[in-house]
Design a protein around this ligand. Sequence first.
Ligand code: HEC
Length: 132
Amino acid sequence: MRAALTSLFALSLLALSPLPRPAAAQDAEAGQRAFNKCRACHQIGEGARNLVGPELNGLIGRHSGSVAGYSYSSANKNSGLVWDEATFAEYIKDPKAKIPGTKMIFAGIRSEKEIADLTAFLKQFGPDGKKL
Ligand code: HEC
């Protein structure tokens, strides 16, 4: 009886302990650090301008090749993609594989976790660059 009670107690402690976070939980702060890999070419936020690459405000939900005043490659413009989270994840893993002929020179990000974090960071910004 005592042993049964002890193990019941142990079980209830287990149930109370915090669950491990899922592998691909999105962490916008970590994503901000990941965005340092993009900053040489992209701006985001209020007043973001096109640099080597287009500004990335309101990216999730945006059509590829749609930023006014930015001169895209025809590969990007004609890709017909809409940047939802899954499409963006595939692209950023290996941009040249997803859009052959793109002029984005970037090797890609392998880590699923880093991509999830980066996505959380990017999707904070609405089309006007304000945080949603
Ligand atoms: C060396 C410069 C460079 C770096 C670094 C870079 N990009 Fe780009 N990016 C570009 C260029 C140039 C384009 C335009 C591609 C084209 O027209 O083919 C682009 C296009 C894109 C697009 C498509 C935008 C649209 O409107 O269709 C996304 C999304 C994107 N980049 C995200 C990122 C992210 C996120 C990072 C960092 C992880 C990153 N890029 C790093 C240069 C860069």
